[in-house]
Ligand binder design. Structure first.
Ligand code: GMT
Length: 378
């Protein structure tokens, strides 16, 4: 098959999933065309079946805003015609699904459109009445629309009410990048590098530090834990909440135990260093970082937001608490870190479950079946 993929190419779960999906489709022998505004950040290899088409979004003084959507649609249309694409897979209903639909019109070709909803387009933009019609149109005019969790599927029916059946296809783990290989060495190296003693337990969080990630709850959880357990907190990432994070850490007088390491190109060693991974978000359609942390050996504590409850099986592969319940989260962390048998059992079940339910081969196969069924009309 000849497949076009459009996503936001920056560091974010949707871009990562779209890029890994493209790479894995290329490895299965399909021809993959990334049509994006920048080089997808995880696309760090040359593959004979992968083509990159970058759009230049120019600013013109006559326009108040750069015409991202129209420029992208025009580029997608060119690529559809030039390479005779069979499928275009758009990540996010707005703007990308709508760009894809426009591109199909422009090209005059019968290319099939698959759209994947990742969360923000529904759980955040879905509350913006000025965008609901565009989101609904993007979903309904796509040939197949998928969503990354059951929770996001339900939210989409509730907020957008599309006249279309949605298909849940879970995100998958990129096992070649995120695994427990070399874990002991990585832990030792990072401990030395940051001066963390071998006996100190490590909690970790990574995100884009947006308000919905509730960094305060992560820090307050740790604040309670470190009173009972010799521990450190590692924060990876950056974003609008960073200054608040720094001042809360200072106010709580835990600066010597919190390591703010900023954006890292390679997060794997940090996941491997972590004993516990915290994701306390207010909204989270899936939480790809959870999966990555889990497959690197960190046991997760999450909030009950969105798809987190589907990724973490409460009391089996980690724990979940109500959004905002940092006290409950701290109790679970203390329980886990004080009982090595409980920790080991949970960690084993967690690794088995990720391999079983979020196995990349299986999920890529589900997308491949969707593409094939569209082309054969089944
Ligand atoms: O979490 C973010 O803010 C980034 C966003 C994105 O566009 O990458 O993540 C969304 O898509 C990911 C991949 O499907 C999901 O794992 C995240 O849960 C989802 N974020 C939200 O729903 C807030």
């Amino acid at each position: 098959m000849k497949i076009g993929i459009t996503c936001y190419p920056g560091i974010g779960g949707s871009g990562i999933i779209a890029t890994e999906l493209g790479i894995k489709m290329a490895e299965r022998g399909h021809e993959v065309h990334f049509i994006t505004s920048n080089m997808p950040f995880r696309l760090n290899l040359n593959h004979e079946n992968i083509f990159i088409h970058q759009t230049d979004i120019n600013s013109y003084s006559v326009f108040q805003y750069p015409p991202y959507d129209i420029t992208l649609a025009s580029k997608i249309s060119d690529v559809i015609k030039l390479y005779d694409l069979d499928i275009i897979h758009m990540h996010y209903a707005v703007p990308h699904a709508v760009c894809g639909i426009l591109a199909r019109e422009m090209s005059g070709k019968d290319v099939k459109i698959v759209t994947t909803l990742h969360g923000t387009d529904i759980t955040v933009l879905g509350h913006d009445m000025s965008l609901v019609s565009a989101i609904r149109y993007g979903i309904e005019a796509s040939d197949v629309t998928t969503s990354v969790s059951e929770s996001l599927t339900e939210d989409t029916y509730q907020l957008i009410n599309p006249d279309k059946e949605l298909k849940t296809v879970y995100n998958f783990i990129d096992e070649t990048t995120f695994n427990t290989d070399g874990r002991d060495e990585a832990r030792e190296k990072l401990r030395k590098c940051h001066g963390i003693k071998p006996s100190t337990k490590v909690l970790m969080h990574t995100s884009n530090f947006r308000p919905i990630k509730r960094l305060d709850d992560v820090i307050r959880t740790f604040h309670l834990v470190q009173k009972k357990i010799d521990s450190a907190l590692i924060l990876v990432g950056d974003g609008p909440e960073m200054s608040r994070v720094r001042s809360l850490v200072k106010d709580l007088m835990i600066e010597d135990k919190v390591y703010i390491v900023g954006q890292q190109s390679d997060v794997k060693p940090y996941f491997q260093l972590a004993d516990i991974f915290l994701l306390m978000s207010e909204k989270e359609s899936f939480g790809l970082a959870l999966l990555e942390a889990m497959n690197c050996g960190a046991v997760p504590i999450g909030s009950t937001a969105g798809g987190i409850r589907e990724v973490i099986k409460h009391d089996e592969t980690g724990f979940v608490v109500d959004v905002g319940d940092y006290k409950g989260a701290a109790e679970y962390v203390v329980e886990l870190l004080s009982d090595s048998a409980l920790y080991e059992n949970m960690s084993r079940r967690m690794l088995e479950d990720v391999k079983l339910r979020f196995n990349s081969d299986n999920i890529i196969g589900q997308y491949e079946e969707i593409y094939k069924a569209l082309l054969t009309g089944e």
